[in-house]
Ligand binder design. Structure first.
Ligand code: 8IG
Length: 277
């Protein structure tokens, strides 16, 4: 007998939606909150928002919920939080992102989104730290995601599931965010596989095909959110200018540092956006 812990999502014959429903049931049981109205995935730089949007009802290590895996990256938090908003609604805060580059398969990448949908969430807020292609953008600046280009050559959809992605990143929610901060710029997010950063030539390619933001998450999650019928708001914290756009090379330490110094400001911004939903 093997003592290796298995993840049911890795068994192709099991339904990922059924596992998400099971996960949502565990969350309801552990938090005492039957329905979560909105969900937020907090990427690098955004974690403080969890403390600002409302009162934390419960914090659960993600590994206690079926289908979730431990985070692979230092600086990423592996927990799920239930937060009561001032409106009385409940937010599920996902601080446990499984990245596509971890190679655990796309089901694990989008499990948190499917779980949020099964928990009742109709709005999915996806945040990330990313590289900026526009020269006018500075590290520490938050931007709205207006659309994406998925360069993973993969999809969270299984079988012949044809989903329309027009207005995937809700115009209503982007307008609402700009109502909170009129200076918010927006751009097209390009998801690369990673975990290496791009070469300058790849950044030029991303720019040529209409991209403004480069990252390693979000697009696959947004597709799963749309499949689940959720409204999606995407926001990137530009932690660095993309390779070749800035004269200096990228380092993960600098990315973390840029995230830390911008964290208070962007988390407060996100909290105001959540309050306006
Ligand atoms: I933070 O420059 C962060 N994540 N692909 N490129 C990609 N991902 C990123 C970058 C970047 N910065």
């Amino acid at each position: 007998m093997s003592s290796v812990v298995t993840n049911p999502l890795d068994q192709p014959d099991l339904s990922p939606f059924e596992i998400a429903r099971e996960a949502a049931g565990q969350i309801a049981e552990k938090t005492g909150i039957e329905k979560h109205d909105i969900a937020l995935t907090l990427g690098s730089g955004w974690a403080k928002a969890a403390d600002l949007i409302g009162e934390t009802v419960a914090t659960i290590p993600a590994t206690e919920i079926v289908g979730f895996s431990a985070p692979a990256v230092v600086g990423h938090v592996g927990s799920l939080r239930s937060v009561r908003l001032p409106s009385g609604k409940h937010a599920l805060v996902i601080g446990a992102r499984t990245h596509y580059y971890e190679d655990h398969g796309v089901r694990r990448v989008v499990h948190s989104v499917r779980t949020a949908a099964a928990a009742g969430a109709s709005i999915m807020i996806l945040t990330n730290g990313a590289g900026g292609i526009r020269e006018t953008w500075a590290p520490g600046q938050p931007v709205l995601i207006s659309d994406h280009i998925n360069l993973t050559a993969n999809s969270p959809l299984e079988g012949a599931t044809f989903i329309d992605l027009t207005d995937l990143y809700s115009e209503r929610l982007r307008d609402l965010a700009r109502g909170v901060d009129a200076t918010l710029d927006e751009g097209v997010y390009v998801q690369f596989r990673g975990p290496h950063y791009e070469t300058p030539a790849e950044v030029q390619m991303a720019k040529a095909i209409g991209g403004h933001i480069v990252g390693m998450s979000t697009a696959l999650e947004a597709i799963a959110a749309r499949e689940a019928g959720m409204e999606v708001l995407g926001m990137s914290l530009i932690t660095n200018l993309a390779a070749g756009i800035s004269p200096t090379p990228l380092s993960h330490a600098e990315v973390i540092e840029a995230g830390k110094s911008a964290e208070s400001v962007i988390s407060a911004l996100l909290a105001r956006i959540v309050a306006a939903l």
